[in-house]
Write a protein that binds this ligand. Sequence first.
Ligand SMILES: NC(=O)c1ccc[n+]([C@@H]2O[C@H](COP(=O)([O-])OP(=O)(O)OC[C@H]3O[C@@H](n4cnc5c(N)ncnc54)[C@H](O)[C@@H]3O)[C@@H](O)[C@H]2O)c1
Ligand SMILES: O=C(O)CC[C@@H](O)C(=O)O
Length: 530
Amino acid sequence: MTKTINILISDPLSEDGIYPLLEEKDLQLNIVSNTGLSPEELKAIINDFDVLLVRSQTKVTREIIEAATNLKLIGRAGVGVDNIDLDAATEKGIIVVNAPDGNTNSAAEHTTAMIMALARHIPHAHMSLQEGRWDRKKFVGVELKNKTIGVLGFGRIGQEVAHRAKGNRMNVIAYDPFLTAEKAEKAGVAYGSVEDVAKVADFITMHTPLLDSTHHMINDDIFAIMKDGVRIVNCARGGIIDEDALFRAIESGKVAGAALDVMEEEPFVGNRLLDLPQIIATPHLGASTIEAQESVAVDVSNDILSYFKHGTVLNPVNMASVSKDIIAKIEPFFDLGAKLGTFVSRLTDSAINEINIYYSGDLANFDVRPLTNNTVKGILTRNLGNNVNNVNARYLAERNDIKINEHKSTRAKAFLNSITVELVTSTETHKVKGTLLAGLGARIVQVDDYVIDVNPQGHILFIRHMDKPGAIGLVGTLLADQNINIATMQVGRAIEGGDAIMVLAVDHSVENVDFLKQQKNIFDVKSIDL
Ligand SMILES: NC(=O)c1ccc[n+]([C@@H]2O[C@H](COP(=O)([O-])OP(=O)(O)OC[C@H]3O[C@@H](n4cnc5c(N)ncnc54)[C@H](O)[C@@H]3O)[C@@H](O)[C@H]2O)c1
Ligand SMILES: O=C(O)CC[C@@H](O)C(=O)O
C-alpha cells in the first residue's frame, strides 16, 4: 500500500502556488493547512507530519525539530532560512529546501519603492493629508539622479536593485565578498569595502543574509564614517543594522531617514524607531506580491514532489546543490553508489578512518557531491541504520572522525564510467568498484584486487578462501545442506594456489554463516543484502 505523505503548511501560502501538490496523482498526499500555531501547538502536532512548509513566521527551532520524529523535509517558501535551525535539521537528516529565485523581483521592487518613498516622504505626506493638512514645505525631498547608492550584498536582490537604481540615474557602489572587478565592471557598478561604500553613499541599502559576519555590520563605527544626511534602507534582514546605533544616528542628524521592511524582533509593532519621523517602515512585505508568493510556493512544492519521487531536489539548503541537468546525469548512479557503499562496509569490522571515492570516465566531469552523500549513506547505514540519509551522511561521518575524499579522473579505462569506493581503517583497506553497463544495468566489477562481474542486488555471500581444488564443490554442498539455493557464482583469484574469492548470489538472506567459516580453507564469509 502506498504510504501517505503528510504535509503541514503552517504559514499562509499562495493557494495558486501549491497547485503541484494539489494536483499530484502519483504520490498520496495529505495536505493540512494550519497557520498561526503557537510553538507549543506546533510541537504537539509536528510528529504527525513528513513535511513542514513555512514562510518566515513559523520558527522551526531545535525543540520543534527534535519532536518531529517523522519529519523528512522542511520547505521554506522564500529565501531566508534564519527561522529554521539548520544544524538541528541536518543532524536529524531532515532536508531543508527553499525557493531562492521566486521573490527576487518583488523584493527588489519593494526596495526601490522604499528608496523613493524615503526620498520624497510619501508615507508622511499622505498621513498629513489624511489628517487634514496641506503641508507642502515640510515634505521637500531629494532627487535620486546623480546620487550614489551603496549596495551591501550584491547577490540576486542586490543586483536587481542596482539595475533599477541605474535606471533612476544613480551611481552605484557595491560591496560583496564575491564581487570581483570583472563582475562589477560587467554590472556597471563601482566596488569597494563596506567602509568605502559608507564614505561615499547618499543612500545605503542592505541585501545580505543575516549571518554572524553580517550581524550589526552597520554599527556606530560605520555610521560615524557615513556622509551627513545619508539615507538607509533595509529590506533584507533585521539585525544587519544595530538598531540602537541607528536610533542614535537619526537623533544626531547623521542619518536623514531610514526605510525598514525588517527589524531584529518581528512583528516590530511598538519598536521605538517607529516613533521617529525620519523612519518609514513596512511589516516585512518585500516578498508579499501575488506573483512572488505564487512563484515561491510552486518552486518549493515541486521540490517536495521531486524529493519523494526521485530523492533529489533543486534548491537544497543543507546539502550540496547542483543543477537539474547535472542531477539528470548523476541520478542513474545513485543506487549503484549506495550499493557499493553497503558492500564495502561489510568487508571490514574495523573503525573507518577514511572513505575514498574514485569517479572515472564521463562521470568525473560533473559535480558529484550528491552522489558521494548517497554512497557515504550506504557505508554508514551498516552501523547507523535508518538514522543516516543523504542529508546527514557527511555530518555523521565528520562526527565520527571519518574523512571523505572525492577523486576524479575523466580518463575512462575498461568502462565508460565507474565508481570505486575505498575504505581505509587503521588495519586494512578495502575497495569495491562498480559500473553501469548499457542494457545490463549495474555491475560490481572488482572487489579488492579481484576482478568479478556481479549484479549488485539481492542476497550475496562473499567468501575468501584458499584456491584449492574442490573449494567450489565444498561450498555448493554446504549450502545445499542448509537448503540454500545458489543463483549465480563468480570466482576470482590473485595467483594460482593463493587467496581467492567467491561471490555467490543466493535466493534468500543467510543470517548465520558459521557453517562456512568453520571450514579449514575458508578464511572469511560475509553475508551481504543489497
Ligand atoms: N524583505 C523580504 O521580504 C525579503 C524577500 C526576499 C529576500 N529577503 C532577504 O534579502 C537578502 C538577500 O537575498 P538574495 O536572494 O539577494 O540573497 P543572495 O544569496 O542572492 O545574496 C546575498 C549576498 O550577500 C552577500 N554577502 C554575504 N556576506 C556579506 C557581507 N558580509 N557583506 C556583504 N555581502 C555579503 C553574499 O555573498 C551574496 O552575494 C536575504 O537576507 C533574504 O533573506 C528579504
Ligand atoms: O515569507 C515572506 O513573506 C518573507 C520572505 C523573505 O523574507 C525571504 O527571505 O524570502
